[in-house]
Design a protein around this ligand. Structure first.
Ligand code: PLP
Length: 349
């Protein structure tokens, strides 16, 4: 098969989703799982999750077109009128990011009452409202006949537990304050940020630790918890298969140049990729053309930082390398630089 290509493993996605959902059922009396479409918007992922009953979180018109129009959360700082119109028509939960957006929704809703969410940030960022603004924004929304039914707070990605807890603590104090002010919410949308399996293992943690933290800080409010997982569901459900096209030596080092590099595996995904050789080593010493040693795995781009990692073992030109843990952000962030985005092939059940 022509390389490079992504291999989608639906069974793993199903297993990850069911594990996530079972844990939600055990921990939260009321919850909604809204998969973050931006993490990997391959149609096979959306179809598999739809069959399993997942809801979705979208951030653009493009993403809206990919998901069934049931309970959908619409996030983002740059919503257009066209997107807002579709979101209003299909009763998406719009997590409002700015005062300008409130005005647009008011105009588009023509004064009709709508439920909205508001995004809060506890540290400086381009997202949502700071705490003080948000209190005023609730009143402003009400003056525009919009009821605030949700507070949205997304912490970041690959969150470690202590930071996650510290943020939940701030969120719980904030929601307590809103409650005392008579602002009655239906939902707390805690966004995504749950680490992938590899990262959880590295941190010696599991999902339950994160869900227990959510309960510790938020269960007292008796609200529906919205979760927007991305990488935790898809990261290990994809592999990338790439070929060693060139073995070369210079400056005392040996390079294996692959047909996939940082164009497909950018560092900003924050995933830890795992490399292994797909084809078995030919054990007949007469046929042995590969050499045991340390290889620098380089990509094909004409950029000197196009380096993926190291490989210890035997490699020769034509060998196939399997790269694991590439399901989150790699495909959606892939650059079409010199090369096209690769195909995604789904593994048969
Ligand atoms: C608002 C929002 N929700 C959910 C996610 C998914 O995050 P993760 O893949 O870390 O679960 C993101 C990622 O950027 C996000 O911005």
């Amino acid at each position: 098969m022509e390389t490079p290509y992504f291999l989608f493993k639906p069974k793993i996605l199903v297993q990850n989703y069911l594990e996530f959902e079972n844990l939600c059922q055990r921990c939260f009396p009321s919850f909604k799982i809204c998969y973050s479409v931006k993490t990997n918007s391959f149609s096979g992922v959306i179809k598999t999750l739809t069959k399993l009953g997942s809801s979705f979180e979208v951030a653009s018109l493009n993403e809206m077109k990919l998901v069934p129009k049931k309970f959908v959360v619409f996030n983002g700082p740059c919503k257009t009128e066209e997107e807002l119109k579709i979101a209003i028509k299909n009763k998406f939960l719009i997590n409002v990011d700015s005062k300008s957006e409130i005005n647009k929704i008011y105009n588009l809703a023509r004064g009709n009452n709508l439920e909205i969410g508001l995004r809060v940030s506890f540290k400086e960022s381009k997202f949502g409202f700071d705490e003080k603004q948000l209190i005023d924004m609730v009143d402003y929304a009400v003056s525009k006949n919009l009821s605030v039914s949700c507070i949205h707070f997304h912490q970041g990605t690959q969150m470690n537990l202590s930071e996650y807890k510290a943020n939940l603590d701030k969120l719980s104090i904030f929601i307590y304050f809103l409650d005392k002010k008579g602002i009655k919410l239906k939902y707390i949308d805690i966004g995504g940020g749950f680490p992938d399996k590899v990262q959880l293992k590295n941190l010696s943690l599991n999902l339950e630790n994160y869900f227990n933290a959510i309960n510790q800080y938020l269960s007292k409010f008796n609200l529906t918890i919205i979760l927007e997982p991305g990488r935790n569901l898809v990261c290990d459900a994809f592999e990338l298969i790439t070929q060693v096209n060139v073995i070369k030596e210079n400056f005392g080092r040996t390079y294996a140049v692959l047909d996939a590099g940082i164009n497909l595996l950018p560092k900003i995904t924050l995933s830890t990729y795992k490399f292994s050789k797909l084809n078995k080593e030919n054990l007949n010493p007469k046929n042995k053309t590969s050499q045991r040693g340390e290889y620098i795995l380089a990509g094909p781009l004409l950029f000197s930082n196009d380096i993926l990692g190291k490989f210890f073992g035997n490699l020769k030109e034509g060998d196939l390398i399997k790269i694991e843990n590439v399901g989150a952000y790699c495909y959606n962030l892939a650059w079409e630089l010199s090369y096209k985005k690769p195909r995604i092939v789904a593994e048969k059940n």
